[in-house]
Design a protein around this ligand. Structure first.
Ligand code: GCB
Length: 585
């Protein structure tokens, strides 16, 4: 099994990096014949020699760049290929060579020069493979990827009809990179605070062989690049006196303060063998049955449910879109979002680190229904890869292990107990939640924080607002009483066609969305006095695409921004609230 890729790929003094983004060749496997390309050796030759290919941008979903519904709606196998040259000096310098996919949805088989080099299941998470013995320096290399986006009852997520488009393809950047023979495989950083001192506990995993003894040099630099601490062990504890803490946006005048850890492997002749730098923030997360604290201070989450979603690209990583998203989150006065309903691109967490935006980091389990052992293994696997990838981000303050599981089934109790235990074996520094919607939930007792999704005034009592505030407040209190945990509302909202207005308010209008929000705000204000309510997350930040259907008008329209990120009246309304709440806290 390919178990993911822990370190973000970076060029350093000892590592080189090339992106393989651009326009690849693309071909659908004949419908209903997923094996066709494999049996006919499509990976042994250029795809263009096997039949007609179309140009396909990477990174992007393949679904929306063309005009052919057969491509947009394709479920099954698709093929991508391209050629690349590896820099000859990598071979001359006896560097190891790695191929890294930052996300391919859903299942990928990867071939290099006709050989299968790796496979990976579960989208949204990076994986890599060493290709030192397969890569060619005397000719170009043929890279072929077969992707299957078929979801079943045994995939994460399961097939049963979630509410976003099943975008697929090579969704994030593809890299080749080099490392020395002996290399830094992973760095884990955990932080604590004692008085004014930041306590940084770290562990460096070194792989590969060397005839020499190796020392790990660890240096910590502040934001001005001044060295503030150093150590000579591959694991240990470093004190940072007078530490600048990592604070959320609008909670401090200087949010998102990051330090840089530079790790260098040095041999007995004092030669630099490998080096890598990782940013981190000094902060703590702690929680009780009523409260979540950051650096010992109570926090209230002003958040959003989101999606990786935009015109043409679908779920393709897009720095323009995400810098815009972060700017809009800050403009509204939010301090957090949930990566509903799957892990987002690594660069998004880096942006959140820098801007002090807190993240509830969700694995791709949506609407889980039959709790088999094999599903459990995959669910745990998705969390293994997620936590390995995201463990060092100060922005990540909570793990979400699922969205809306069918959590009244007798066997889900044991299932989620095991999933939570699995997370705790990897990380005890952050609370665990899932977003529940099942009123008869039985597994919430295993969580540290209860998140609930509810569409008062939309799916229930449609068009009626008089009971919304009361229902929200009552349900939050019920969950707190049932499980004795802090509670947040992880989804509420109303579909809204931008530009549609009705007075008196009427469903689908901007006026109704605003009025429905106001009723929720009444409940949230009351709940904020109650001592156990820790946050509100509107659904959704922006309109997004779903599958075709009669309850979705060109997609889900619950965004406070349109899909092109222009504000509806709701965005201004939420902005007034979030800034006022931030000022009050
Ligand atoms: C939910 C789901 C979310 C949907 C939303 C809706 O409960 O968690 O994925 O998009 O409702 O708008 O129906």
């Amino acid at each position: 099994i390919n178990t993911g890729s822990p370190l973000y790929p970076r060029a350093t003094l000892t590592r080189d990096l090339r992106k393989l983004d651009g326009i690849w060749n693309f071909r659908l496997s004949p419908p209903n014949n997923p094996l066709f390309g494999f049996l006919n050796g499509w990976y042994l030759q250029d795809l263009a020699e096997t039949g007609p290919v179309i140009p396909m941008p990477v990174p992007s979903s393949f679904n929306d760049v063309g005009v052919d519904a057969a491509v947009r709606d394709h479920t099954g196998v698709v093929w991508y290929d391209r050629r690349f040259y590896a820099p000859r000096w990598w071979g001359d310098a006896r560097q190891r060579v790695w191929l890294r996919f930052s996300s391919v949805h859903y299942q990928a088989k990867v071939f290099l020069n006709g050989n299968q080099v790796t496979s990976h299941e579960i989208g949204h998470l990076p994986f890599e493979v060493e290709i030192t013995d397969v890569v060619l320096y005397n000719s170009s290399n043929l890279l072929t990827v077969a992707i299957d986006n078929t979801l079943t009852l045994n995939t994460i997520p399961q097939e049963n009809g979630y509410d976003f488009f099943n975008y697929a393809g090579i969704h994030r950047t593809v890299y080749i990179y080099s490392t020395p023979q002996l290399y830094i495989e992973d760095i884990a950083i955990d932080t604590d605070i004692q008085g004014y001192t930041g306590i940084v506990t770290y562990y460096i995993s070194v792989k590969g062989s060397s005839d020499d003894d190796i020392i790990c040099f660890v240096e910590v630099f502040d934001r001005k690049n001044t060295k503030v601490a150093a150590s000579q062990n591959c694991s240990g504890v470093i004190d940072i006196p007078q530490a600048h803490l990592w604070w959320p946006y609008l909670m401090h005048h200087d949010p998102g303060y990051l330090y840089t850890m530079r790790v260098s492997l040095v041999n007995t002749r004092d030669e630099l063998v490998d080096t890598y730098t990782e940013k981190f923030g000094i902060r703590t997360v702690s929680w009780t049955n009523t409260t979540v604290y950051l650096n010992g201070q109570q926090i209230y989450l002003r958040g959003f449910g989101m999606h990786e979603d935009s015109d043409f690209r679908g779920k393709g990583w897009d720095p323009v879109l995400w810098v815009k998203n972060i700017n809009l989150i800050k403009w509204v006065g939010g301090n957090s979002f949930r990566t509903s309903h799957y892990p987002y691109a690594e660069e998004i967490y880096q942006l959140a680190d820098e801007h002090g935006i807190m993240i509830i980091d969700e694995c791709p389990s949506v609407n889980a229904i039959n709790y088999s052992d094999s599903l459990l293994e995959k669910h745990k696997q998705s969390l293994t890869e997620l936590i390995r990838r995201d463990k060092n981000h100060p922005s990540v303050i909570m793990w979400s292990i699922a969205n809306e599981p069918v959590s009244d089934k007798p066997n889900c109790d044991e299932y989620f107990k095991k999933v939570v235990m699995h997370v705790k074996t990897m990380d005890v520094s952050r609370p665990v939640t899932y977003a529940l919607a099942n009123p008869k939930d039985i597994a919430g007792k295993h969580l540290d924080v209860i998140s609930f999704n509810r569409y008062n005034g939309w799916y229930s009592e449609t068009g009626e607002l008089q009971h919304v505030a009361e229902n929200v407040a009552r349900e939050a209190l019920q969950w707190h009483r049932k499980y004795n945990r802090s509670v947040l509302m992880s989804e509420y909202g109303a579909d809204t066609i931008a530009g549609m207005h009705f007075l008196p308010t009427f469903v689908w209008s901007e006026d109704y969305q605003v009025a429905l929000m106001s009723e929720h705000f009444k409940a949230f204000d009351k709940l904020r006095q109650s001592g156990f309510f820790v946050g509100e997350f509107i659904w959704n930040f922006a309109d997004f695409k779903t599958k075709q259907g009669i309850i979705r008008a060109g997609g889900n329209k619950k965004g406070i921004f349109t899909r092109s990120r222009q504000p509806k009246a709701a965005a201004h309304h939420l902005r007034a609230r979030y800034h006022a709440v931030a000022a009050a806290d």
